[in-house]
Design a protein around this ligand. Sequence first.
Ligand code: NAD
Length: 261
Amino acid sequence: MTLQTRNAIVTGSTSGIGLAIARAFAKEGANVTINGLGDAAAIEAERAAIEKDFGVKARYSPANMTKPEEIRAMVTDAEKAFGSVDILVNNAGIQHVAPIEEFPIDTWNLIIAINLSAAFHAIAAAIPGMKARKWGRIISTASAHSKVASPFKSAYVSAKHGIDGLTKTAALELAKFGTTVNCISPGYVWTPLVEKQIPDTMAARHLTREQVINDVLLTAQPTKEFVTVEQVAALAVFLTSDAACQITGANISIDGGWTAE
Ligand code: NAD
């Protein structure tokens, strides 16, 4: 176990990639604050399962990633509860698929808030403690769409490219404080986020469900396989390790070769 003395926050960890990362950190001995939307009983069951399965402390923050003050309070509350925030994972994210000229303004603003600005607020709140302790790990879940674009995903692609820039900037500001800042860029990972965008993509491109999966999603991935949440979580765990202490400002692909093309 490599994270026994560490306390982590993982935003958007009530499902998908975030939940897998939170569980992987807990498996390594970290106390975790999970966060995200969803059914209260289901979230409590996930929180309790982390404590039971791994013998760590797990708490839940209901902070809404559209609300700067709630995001910053999530960090300070976690510091009060566990004594520190050593690891911050900015993972919450949403998607919307529509042509630019039809893209709803409110949805654009929502995606920029959740997928980009939330990371800025959480990082800003976590920095003072990490600087003071001279140790920290900040990881953001970006996307292959932080490196390349696809049509009809203007807000998502813009936000994820923004995460790449925020990561590099924060890495430079924290380089002398024992704190690394990186982002992970998955290709298609089979999670509720992918499942939910299939109907919109079917409509936007006039395709069947099978055509969206095989001819749109997996077309981008030369391996022709979805990435798993466990594989993304294992990369996040590696980035928290001592072996990774010189990796900072990086945008690491885990995309079956998508962005090599
Ligand atoms: P998911 O839908 O399973 O999980 C998203 C999480 O974000 C959930 O916990 C949800 O409750 C939370 N969330 C959404 N809006 C929120 C809000 N306003 N406040 C707080 N939490 C909120 O999706 P996922 O696929 O696990 O996505 C996680 C991250 O990975 C996202 O940033 C996504 O862009 C990124 N990503 C996913 C894929 C993929 O193929 N699944 C690929 C690349 C990048």
